[in-house]
Design a protein around this ligand. Structure first.
Ligand SMILES: [Zn+2]
Length: 106
């Protein structure tokens, strides 16, 4: 391995520090839906209001999945998804840096 210059962090150290700052992170999306309970005579369903529920949707093992989220976690989940997008952008930068490092070595 090439010795790192004094005062300059190894790229993996810089990455680990930036990635750790992006916790909690998540990939997927969050949306409010209106569920129907199916109970005859339910006023909320009859009015069209239904039963609001917060859903986290994501892909896992190639399949679309969803989990219901407690409403008090909405802010934390939105922040996690925002952090996840920043982490993806950081990984793109890692790919660019890896290609450039390979070019410089030749
Ligand atoms: Zn209902």
């Amino acid at each position: 391995m090439k010795p790192t210059q004094p005062g300059r962090k190894a790229p993996e150290t810089a990455f680990a520090k930036k990635a750790a700052a992006l916790w909690p992170c998540a990939k997927g999306s969050l949306a409010w839906v209106r569920n129907r309970c199916g109970r005859p005579g339910c006023k909320r369903c009859a009015s069209g209001e239904g039963h609001p529920a917060l859903l986290y949707t994501f892909r896992k093992d190639g399949r679309q999945r969803a989990m219901s989220v407690r409403p008090e976690l909405e802010g934390a989940m939105r922040k996690a998804i925002e952090n996840g997008r920043a982490l993806e952008a950081l990984m793109v930068e890692c790919g660019i840096a890896t290609v450039r490092a390979g070019r410089a070595r030749r």
